[in-house]
Design a protein around this ligand. Structure first.
Ligand SMILES: Nc1ncnc2c1ncn2[C@@H]1O[C@H](COP(=O)(O)OP(=O)(O)OP(=O)(O)O)[C@@H](O)[C@H]1O
Length: 606
């Protein structure tokens, strides 16, 4: 399959010329050498010491690369994962050997392993002028290539992968080996090739601390000084050949698909009795403070709020994926807070359905610790994705990914499942279909869920209780119907989907007025004087006998229903949505009636 470039096809002509110039500059000398090498003559292949220098270089570079891999990958992981001051300083320091001319790297190494140093004496001066010295020099000079490359590869990983793997029961070491390493594999492999080549070509530091045994670069220098250019052709050709092979090995694509294993017969898992979940979270992230709690434990909870409200942080804290702050989580009356994410039995479906790269759908759904393969197959079938079992994540649509992520979490039969904006990336019809399917699963399978969303309709669809969150604080919580019916503030009203807050007043006669319009009687609700109010579209009706006069501002025809925006006498704007809205046009005079049951009134801010 042809690789698609993220860049536009047509690039400016000047860029192409500049690119060509550098390419010619880089390739020119190699071509010139190849032409000279192709001519007949003595290239120096029979020079004594050539093959032993070649063997020393290949072997020492391989040993150095193995050492760098074993120590450098954990270092790169730490540098990528930690945000501490120490790790930032360390991140700069490990690059120093790159900046230092190699011969000076040799000089600083002499102070550690040279004769008369404690280490040098301990090893009987065997760390210089020896194979060990060659490896030490190469390791020092080449290590930054691996550390910097691997650190970038780790930093590029989706943090949700680690979170999902933890919620699937994998401990930190298993997550590092089974998730982070393979996911960063391409970047690490490329960095390893560079590292090996850098070690192979190392001259300055080696010449200073380990002139013997000869490596290929030292041998070339000796040949050049002793017998001139011609006999340096053989070692140069060897080094070039090896470099080409190493780069080619680095480019060979890793086999991405495993042969599909025969799937076990699907077996329906026993339906569970929905667990209850309650939480009380308080934490800080930079300048952001989060405080979110359930009033009482529930079985189907929605956390509703705008972008940046702290919804994802809340979910991650419930799952045990956030280590700071106080975090009390209670499942079925048991406090699970002391347990790490991997032993909380809380499933986590990340935003966008984070799936493990390079693993087939079947490998995804059986990845959880203790996942039941027969149940996994049943979930794949139930969610309509069983025929995709051999596909890889990048061969799935958004809806399919979401279903697979759900099947992955469900195959472990967790007590509670947390879903972060589960359907937000999907378009209308698929979102509606999946939402309906998920609601059916909640009902039929007794699933306990905490769903994060910014869509009030979705919250109502998938939850009995809602927590309305904004800027890290709970604005209101309770039964969905209660919160939606009586939002405690205009802000909550906006978040639960009630649009258009108007200014008004409630006089001693108990009538809610907006300018010159008397809206509805508002006797006994405890609000007086200056107020703010809003009304749900369902409670507003275009009604020739209505007592509130206004002018049509806008008409939106939705095919079936029509949304009509009306400016009432006195300036308040209300919206009506109904199937039978009379045929009206913007600018028409009209009359409306309003059902007080659909009105919310709040004291105006001072
Ligand atoms: N590691 C962090 N350091 C500093 N601030 C953070 C960190 N993680 C999150 N935040 C901040 O915490 C706030 C809440 O983030 P969170 O991801 O929970 O929002 P959200 O409600 O899920 O938003 P969205 O709907 O856009 O996903 C944001 O203002 C974010 O910038």
């Amino acid at each position: 399959m042809a690789r698609r470039s993220p860049l536009p096809a047509g690039s400016p002509r000047a860029l192409r010329w500049l690119a060509a110039l550098l390419a010619v500059y880089l390739l020119g000398p190699i071509v010139a050498f190849a032409v000279r090498f192709a001519l007949p003559g003595d290239h120096g292949f029979s020079e004594p010491g050539l093959w032993s220098a070649f063997a020393t270089s290949v072997l020492s570079a391989t040993v150095a690369t193995a050492i760098i891999f074993a120590l450098g990958v954990p270092l790169a992981w730490w540098l990528a994962a930690s945000d501490s001051r120490i790790s930032r300083i360390a991140g700069v320091l490990v690059q120093l050997p790159l900046a230092l001319p190699p011969v000076m790297s040799g000089i600083v190494l002499v102070y550690v392993i040279g004769p008369y140093t404690p280490l040098g004496t301990l090893f009987g001066d065997g760390l210089t002028d020896s194979f060990a010295g060659v490896v030490i020099a190469q390791t020092f000079v080449a290590a930054p290539f691996l550390v910097i490359g691997a650190r970038s590869a780790f930093r590029g990983l989706d943090p949700a992968l680690d979170a999902v793997a933890a919620s699937l029961g994998h401990r930190p070491w298993a997550r590092f080996v089974r998730v982070a390493l393979p996911a960063a594999g391409d970047g690490i492999r490329a960095a390893l090739v560079l590292t090996w080549l850098r070690a192979l070509g190392e001259y300055g530091a080696t010449a200073l601390i380990a002139y013997h045994p000869y490596t290929l670069p030292v041998f070339v220098n000796v040949q050049f000084q002793g017998s001139g250019l011609p006999t340096t052709q053989a070692p140069t050709a060897l080094a070039l050949g090896v470099a080409v092979v190493a780069i080619a090995i680095g480019l060979v694509p890793v086999r991405r698909r495993r042969a599909p294993a025969p799937l076990p017969s699907p077996r329906e898992p026993d339906p569970t009795v929905a667990s209850t979940i309650g939480f009380d979270i308080a934490l800080r992230r930079g300048a952001f403070r989060l405080s979110a709690a359930t009033g009482r434990p529930g079985r189907r909870i929605a956390v509703l709020g705008p972008s940046g409200a702290g919804k994802t942080l809340t979910l991650r804290a419930i799952a045990g994926l956030v280590d700071a702050g106080s975090n009390h989580v209670d499942v079925d009356g048991h406090d699970v807070s002391p347990h790490p994410a991997e032993s909380r039995s809380i499933g986590y479906v990340a935003q966008g359905g984070a799936l493990l790269p390079r693993r087939t759908v079947w490998q995804q759904v059986t990845f959880g610790v203790g996942a039941d393969p027969a149940a996994a197959h049943w979930w794949l079938e139930t969610l309509g994705v069983a025929e995709l079992a051999t596909r890889l994540p990048d061969e799935l649509s958004g809806g399919q990914r979401q279903r697979v992520a759900l099947a992955q979490a469900l195959s472990r039969a967790p007590s509670v499942i947390l879903l972060d904006e589960p359907f937000s990336a999907l378009d209308g019809p698929i979102r509606d279909e999946l939402r309906a399917e998920f609601r059916r699963l909640q009902r039929d399978r007794g699933l306990s869920t905490v769903v994060v969303t910014h869509d009030p309709e979705e919250a109502a669809y998938l939850a009995d209780d809602v927590i309305v969150l904004d800027e890290g604080r709970v604005l209101q919580q309770g039964r969905v119907a209660d919160v939606y019916r009586a939002p405690v503030s205009p802000r909550v009203a906006g978040l639960v989907g009630i649009r258009g807050v108007n200014a008004g007043s409630v006089g001693d006669d108990g009538i809610l007025r907006a300018g010159s319009s008397a809206i509805v009687p508002w006797h006994d609700r405890g609000v007086r004087d200056r107020v703010q109010w809003a009304v749900r579209p369902e409670a507003v009706r275009l009604d020739p006998d209505g007592h509130i006069a206004g002018v049509v501002v806008d008409v939106i025809d939705l095919g079936g229903a029509r949304v009509v925006e009306v400016r009432l006498d006195g300036g308040a704007v209300v919206t009506t949505k109904s199937l039978d809205a009379a045929s009206v046009s913007p600018g028409d005079a009209c009359a409306v009636s309003i059902d007080s049951a659909g009105i919310s009134v709040w004291k105006a801010p001072d």
